[in-house]
Design a protein around this ligand. Structure first.
Ligand code: GDP
Ligand code: K
Ligand code: MG
Length: 292
């Protein structure tokens, strides 16, 4: 029996709905989702397995002009994902008038077929959808254009069918029971980072990194300790909040997400630590898993 397998890269501007789409396609919450740009910092693989195919989706950070070393690493990950791709899903928000020329520039690094996914059509109308379809047809003449809603699960099936039809013939790249290339520690850290993005304003989320310092798996209970790293003392104070109230909220919501995800009871401890300007320091970026 023939088998198909391939790498499918999900790219686009920040907040277009890339992570929401990936989770909808994979049917699991692999990637954290918040209303803030630059929530996704790593390339994250989400793998869909069937008897005769394996799709390796990669969610990526939104395309931006990098201002500091961390963002440079994020953009390298986007480029890497495009180079590896057998197929590219370019997600665009129908309600945003972004200049997407930087995304299109990145696409030039690949000869893989592209599908344009016009997202968030639940917040739009038929006329606007038609105008956007015409626009992208004219601009890019992609292999396919889909009007979708990642949150409402509209036309996700259509995208999935398109992906399967366009996968190359290839043996599986990963074991057939693999869902992702990331481990439990990674997801635990991401669930804390998600809450930091949701609970704080301004620069705090962008200055924060989360490190899991211990992860003990009991039969019914996981004991997890994490360090939340910020760049300055003032940020540490804001993060902790008056009488520790804010940090407690972060911990409570993150713990609930982990209980959902791991299907275990979770005991979570968090500590806040300052490392000045970690986002611009090569050694820390490397230590925190941002290669190149
Ligand atoms: P990313 O930055 O491209 O990964 O975007 P996210 O997946 O994090 O989504 C950014 C925001 O857009 C979140 O608040 C999502 O809930 C929202 N969003 C994503 N897809 C849709 C959609 O189809 N319709 C609407 N109305 N909102 C969406
Ligand atoms: K986002
Ligand atoms: Mg994202």
């Amino acid at each position: 029996m023939s088998h198909r397998a391939g790498f499918v890269s999900i790219i686009g501007k920040p907040n277009a709905g890339k992570s929401t789409l990936m989770n909808a396609l994979v049917g699991e919450k692999m990637s954290i989702i918040t209303p803030k740009a630059q929530t996704t910092r790593h390339r994250i693989l989400g793998i869909v397995n069937a008897e005769d195919y394996q799709i390796v989706f990669s969610d990526t950070p939104g395309v931006i002009k990098p201002h500091y070393l961390l963002q440079e690493s994020m953009m390298h990950q986007v480029s890497g994902s495009i180079v590896d791709a057998d197929l590219i899903l370019f997600v665009t928000d129908i309600n945003e008038a972004h200049d997407e020329s930087d995304v299109l520039d990145k696409l030039k690094g690949s000869s893989a077929p592209v599908a344009v996914l016009i997202n968030k059509i639940d917040k739009s109308d038929a006329e606007a959808v038609k105008a956007k379809v015409d626009y992208w047809q004219e601009k890019l003449s992609p292999k396919a254009i889909f009007a979708i809603s990642a949150t409402m699960d509209h036309n996700i099936r259509g995208v999935m069918d398109f992906v399967v039809e366009n996968l190359p013939e290839h043996p599986p790249y990963y074991e057939k029971d693999f869902l992702t290339d990331r481990n439990d520690r990674f997801f635990a850290a991401e669930m804390i980072r998600e809450q930091v993005f949701k609970q704080y304003k301004k620069e705090i989320p962008y200055s924060t990194e989360v490190i899991i310092t211990s992860f003990e798996e009991g039969e019914n209970l996981y004991r997890i300790s994490a360090e939340i790293i910020v760049e300055r003392d003032s940020q540490k104070n804001i993060l902790i909040g008056k009488n520790g109230e804010m940090l407690k909220i972060v911990g409570t919501y993150a713990r609930r997400s982990m209980e959902d995800f791991f299907q275990k009871k979770i005991f979570l401890q968090t500590f806040v630590k300052v490392i000045s300007d970690w986002r611009s320091k090569k050694n820390y970026l490397k230590q925190f898993g941002y290669e190149d």
